[in-house]
Write a protein that binds this ligand. Sequence first.
Ligand code: NAD
Length: 312
Amino acid sequence: MNTIVTGGAGFIGSHMVDMLLARGDEVIVLDNLSSGRMEFLKDHIQDKNFRFIKIDLLDLEKLMRAVKGADMVFHLAANPDVRLGAENTRIHLEQNIIATYHLLEAMRVNKLRGIAFTSTSTVYGEAELIPTPEEYGPLVPISLYGASKLACEALITSYCHTFDMKSWIFRFANIVGQRSTHGIIVDFINKLRTDPGTLTILGNGRQRKSYLHVSDCVDAMLFSVKNSDEMANIFNVGSNDTIDATEIGKIVVEEMGLRKVGFSYTGGERGWKGDVPRMLLSIAKLQKLGWNPVHNSENSVRETARSLLKDG
Ligand code: NAD
C-alpha cells in the first residue's frame, strides 16, 4: 500500500507515519515544516519505504506531481491553533480550506480514491447534547478554526460523491502525547519552567474536556479505515471521560515534582474567544465497530506530561 501522510512531520502525523511503516506501507510524507519537525521522523530517514517531500499544500502544481500513484491519503496538514483565528482571520481559510481543496483537486486529477481527514470536536460548537454524537446538529462552530474544518468536511464529502472517492472523517477530542508541540500541557510546562511558583490558567480553570492519548488516536483511525466502507465515514475519536484545566495543572505540577505552586486564573468561563468550555464526544459509533480507547483523560494527560518532561 502506497500511503501519503500530509502533515506527517507534525505531532499526530509523525505517530501515524510510525504505525504505517510498522505495518508495511510505503509512506510519503508531504509537509512544509511550518510546525512539523524532521527530528520526529529521524528513525525513518534510512527506511527504503519512507520518503519525505518538503512541499506547501498551497503549491498546487507541485502537489499534483507529489500525489501521483498513491493508494490512500491521510490528510493531517493544517494550522491546528484554534486561538489564532481571533487575531488572523485568513490563516485557517488558507492553511485548512484552500490546502484541502488543493489536495482534493490533486486527488481528482490523479484518480486517487481514499482520504482520511483529521477534523475536530470544534465543528459541533457549543453542543447542547453531551456526550455529543456524530449525528448532532445543527453544527454551529464558534471559532474560525472549527468553521474551516467543517468547510473541509463538506468539500471532502462532496468530492467523494461527485468523483467516486471514499472518505474517513475523524472529529478529534484533544489529542495529547509525546511530541505534542502545542496545547494546554505544553503551555503549563513552559509557564512552570519560567516561573515554578505560579501557574496562570486561562479562564476559571473549570473548562472540562475530553483528552485522548495519541497512540489511541492513531489506532482508532487505522481501525476505522480498515473496518468501514461508506462514501463518508464520520467518527468521533476521544476518551470516555473529561478532565478540567485545574486538574491538568495539578497533574503537571506533580509530574514536575513542584510544591507550593499558586494557581491564578484569568477569569471567565472560557480560556479565549472561541474556546468551547465543555466537550465530551460520544464514541459509541466507534465502540460499536469494535474499537475502545486504552487511555482515559487523566492517564492520557499524565503520560503526556511525563514524556514531554523526559524529552526536555
Ligand atoms: P501539528 O501542527 O503538529 O501538525 C500539522 C503539520 O502540518 C505540521 O507538520 C505542519 O508543518 C504541516 N503543515 C501545516 N500547513 C501545511 C501546508 N500548507 N503544507 C504542508 N504542510 C503543512 O498539529 P497536530 O496536533 O499534529 O494536528 C494534526 C491534525 O489533527 C491537524 O489537522 C489538526 O487540525 C487536527 N487536530 C488536532 C487535534 C489535537 O488535539 N492535536 C485536535 C483536533 C484536530
